[in-house]
Structures are given as structure tokens and as C-alpha cells.
Design a protein around this ligand. Structure first.
Ligand SMILES: [Zn+2]
Length: 242
């Protein structure tokens, strides 16, 4: 489980366990059994429990979830956004639009009344603000629905901890929504965490700072990983925050 205060982590762990039980107990919505479906889960913490200060150069590190799961070609992926403000929803949409530019096989669209179903949950793809472990500690959680045999991504759900303090303009004493959303959507695209200190300014670095905005756009390693998955052709080195 995650680093952070034991009590907070324990509470969120219990919540996630309950979510997992709910998901496991629910049949795919179309009634067709698919024993290859699993939810791959990710959770990230604030940076004070991370391994160190951020470097100035973007590293070339990336790691693919389960060795390379991806969105196959298909229709537009629809999602809903729940329990938040219009400004925060706009920040989420902006983060998704950025990564959408790298997922060459699909388009993504915010359709609040969507009838598309995540086959792992029986519910629409969603980004929601839910009460988690309180200020600091775990900031957000993502579960990606995967057909492990086909290695295909089929759906997702993301939860932001509503008990953390969020900003849409990179305020120094709050967590930036688009920054954290960019990281979570990176998981939805098929990117795993990178954790070494030299990876500190990549979008897929596991930890986030108050006021940080550099995860809003993919860094060098992130772009290499996205090119590996989606043949984007964008493999440009960059500097932190550029
Ligand atoms: Zn993560």
C-alpha cells in the first residue's frame, strides 16, 4: 500500500478494499461473462513521502502497465465527471484532451449522460470527487479495466480525494487538478509509475507537490512510452515544466 501516515492509509485502504469487493461482485453489464477482465489500480501520494527533490531534465524513463496494455481502435470513449465544480471539471477535461492527443487509436469526450459502460464496474467511465484519507497522504486513485488476454483497455474510473484542497490555477498551497488529472489519465492511457529521483519531473512520477503543474503535459519519458503504445511519433526531449 502507499506511504503516508498509517491511520490515513488504513482508512483509504479499507475504502479501496470495499470498492474492490463491490467491483468483483458485479457482473459485466452486457451479461456476457469475460473472466479475463481485471481492474488494475493506482494511487498516488503527496511528495513529502517521495524520494527527493526534482531534477531539471526530463528523464527518458517509462514503464508500460502489464508490459503494454492499450486502447484498441474504436469509437469515442465517453466519461462523466461527478461531485465537483465546473472549473475543476474543465481542468479534468483539459488534462484528458492533452493525453487524448497522444492516444491515436481513440478520441475521448465528456458526455455527462453517457450510456457507455465500463465492463469492470457496470457503470460509466468516471472521474469523481470522493472523501478519501483527508488532507495530504493519498491524493487520487485510478482503476483501469483491462482484458488481460487481449491486453486491451476497456474502461476506467478515477477518484480525487475531496478532503484535499484543490486548485485549477496552480496555487502554491493547493494541489492542481489538471496536474494530478494528467497523471491519472496517463495510467488510463497505459503508463505505469516511474519512481526514481531522476524521474521527478515526469507526468508518471508517483508523487505530486502542492502548487505543482509540470504533470499537466507529458515529459520526455512519458512521450516515449506513449509513442511505444500508440506510435505518436512525438519523442522530443524536454526540460522540467516546459
Ligand atoms: Zn499514479
Amino acid at each position: 500500500m502507499l506511504k503516508g501516515s498509517g491511520l490515513r492509509t488504513g482508512v483509504l485502504g479499507t475504502l479501496l478494499l470495499l470498492l474492490s469487493i463491490l467491483v468483483v461482485g458485479r457482473a459485466p453489464s452486457d451479461g456476457i461473462s469475460n473472466s479475463n477482465l481485471v481492474e488494475v489500480t493506482f494511487a498516488e501520494s503527496e511528495s513529502h513521502v517521495g524520494p527527493g527533490p526534482h531534477p531539471e531534465d526530463e528523464s527518458d524513463h517509462y514503464k508500460l502497465v502489464q508490459g503494454g496494455i492499450r486502447w484498441f481502435s474504436g469509437s469515442t470513449v465517453e466519461y462523466q465527471i461527478n461531485n465537483t465544480t465546473a472549473a475543476q471539471a474543465a481542468a479534468v477535461n483539459s488534462a484528458i484532451a492533452t493525453i487524448d492527443g497522444f492516444i491515436t487509436t481513440r478520441a475521448f469526450a465528456h458526455v455527462q449522460g453517457t450510456t457507455q459502460i465500463n465492463p469492470c464496474t457496470g457503470q460509466p467511465n468516471s472521474i469523481s470527487w470522493l472523501a478519501g484519507d483527508g488532507p495530504g497522504g493519498v491524493l487520487a486513485f485510478t482503476a483501469v479495466c483491462v482484458d488481460t488476454k487481449a491486453k486491451e483497455i476497456l474502461g476506467f474510473r478515477i477518484a480525487f480525494d475531496s478532503l484535499d484542497t484543490w486548485s485549477t490555477s496552480g496555487e502554491a498551497d493547493k494541489f492542481d487538478v489538471e496536474n494530478v488529472a494528467g497523471h491519472e489519465i496517463g495510467h488510463v492511457a497505459g503508463l505505469e509509475h516511474v519512481n526514481s529521483p531522476k524521474d521527478g519531473c515526469l507526468t508518471m512520477y508517483k508523487f505530486s507537490d502542492l502548487g505543482e503543474t509540470q504533470k499537466r503535459t507529458p515529459g520526455f519519458g512519458d512521450k516515449l512510452g506513449l509513442d511505444k503504445l500508440y506510435t505518436t511519433g512525438d519523442v522530443t526531449p524536454g526540460q522540467c515544466g516546459s
